[in-house]
Write a new protein. Structure first.
Length: 157
């Protein structure tokens, strides 16, 4: 039962953060770094070719190329975020942004609880608290997270 309360608090906290930040800021806050990393991974080698003319260390060239692309993409997305916030800055849109932020926070909280339960479920039973077994959340979500457990090597005693 204690774990259920903790899981509910996690979901509630994520919902409140969604309410405070709003949908736009929540999505951009999570998406901008991910998108910047993704773009950097695909394009840093192309920039590294040009930087290699000025820097002799291969490792430094690759790191610098990655960082330059990451920072540029991240900043561009943050500027775009500010533009979107200005466009949807009216009272009606602000309320909608907050409501959608709560829904996004709920989804984020549920995803976080599922990840926590998944991690708990792969720990050998002798090593985790009996309270987890009594949790309603664990039994509801445990059925859905059992599939990936098949692909994780068994932990030896």
């Amino acid at each position: 039962m204690t774990y259920d309360i903790i899981f509910l608090l996690v979901v509630f906290f994520c919902m409140m953060m969604g309410l405070i930040k709003g949908f736009i800021n929540s999505v951009f806050g999570m998406g901008a770094p991910v998108a910047a990393i993704w773009v950097s991974v695909f394009f840093y080698k192309k920039l590294a070719v040009y930087l290699a003319e000025f820097i002799k260390s291969d490792a430094a060239v690759l790191i610098l190329a990655f960082l330059i692309i990451f920072i540029l993409v991240f900043l561009m997305l943050k500027v775009f975020q500010q533009l979107v916030n200005k466009v949807f800055g009216g009272e009606i849109f602000r309320s909608l942004d907050r409501i959608l932020g709560v829904l996004f926070g709920f989804a984020e909280g549920i995803a976080l609880v599922i990840m926590i339960i998944f991690v708990i479920s792969i720990i050998p039973e002798q090593k985790f608290n009996e309270g987890v077994k009594e949790s309603h959340s664990y039994h509801m979500v445990g059925k859905f997270v059992s599939f990936p457990k098949v692909h994780i090597p068994k932990v030896t005693k």
